[in-house]
Design a protein around this ligand. Structure first.
Ligand code: 5GP
Length: 184
């Protein structure tokens, strides 16, 4: 089956630089729309509700799960994250290229339900570099850092499941590769 690149999933371990890459992509092409996820994680300093995430409590999140409001959802490092379904469908119908920046479980769910989505895995140059980036970020507790490192190892093992792997060593090179894959 040919993959369409209207719905693009970007996955990769915490600290790999997905967020930075995605922000740069958005500035390159106004036809790209980034889905804003819901999460039960507390906002980090500077994060804005409705812009970075929809910050929900567990009850609000569960209600959306029960009402089938998510395209996919997953638990990650002690918190829940999910992609609101309606807005993704709306933006696809408007002809936008829709980007989902999500973790592995969610990418696997989307692979089943949205078979034409194109899935890109962002990998670090090596694990030591990733660990350094996660620790240097300085936004997470020691416990959260450990959970993210354990999860990062699992995610890296799954990279061959993806349609493409992009190594984020030099950010401009990685960006160019993603642009080519997205045909933008
Ligand atoms: P963070 O807490 O660092 O913002 O995000 C933790 C992880 O959750 C990242 O790998 C991020 O890509 C992922 N994530 C963010 N939003 C979603 C979502 O809606 N669904 C899923 N499955 N993962 C998400």
């Amino acid at each position: 089956m040919t993959k369409k690149n209207d719905l693009i999933v970007i996955t990769g371990p915490s600290g790999v630089g997905k967020g930075t890459l995605v922000k740069k992509l958005l500035t390159l092409n106004e036809n790209i729309w980034l889905s804003i996820s819901a999460t039960t994680r507390s906002p980090r300093e500077g994060e804005v509700n409705g812009k970075d995430y929809f910050f929900l409590n567990k009850e609000e999140f569960n209600l959306l799960v029960l009402n089938e409001g998510f395209l996919e959802w997953a638990q990650f490092a002690g918190n829940f994250y999910g992609t609101p379904k309606d807005s993704v469908q709306e933006q696809l119908a408007l002809g936008k290229k829709v980007l989902l920046e999500i973790e592995l479980d969610g990418a696997r769910q989307v692979r089943k339900t949205m078979k034409k989505a194109f899935q890109i895995f962002i990998a670090p140059p090596n694990f030591d570099e990733l660990e350094k980036r996660i620790r240097d970020r300085g936004t997470d507790s020691a416990d959260a850092i450990n959970q993210r490192l354990i999860r990062a190892k699992e995610e890296l093992k799954a990279q061959n499941e993806f349609d493409a792997i992009v190594i984020n060593d030099d950010i401009d090179t990685a960006l160019l590769e993603i642009k080519n894959l997205m045909k933008i």
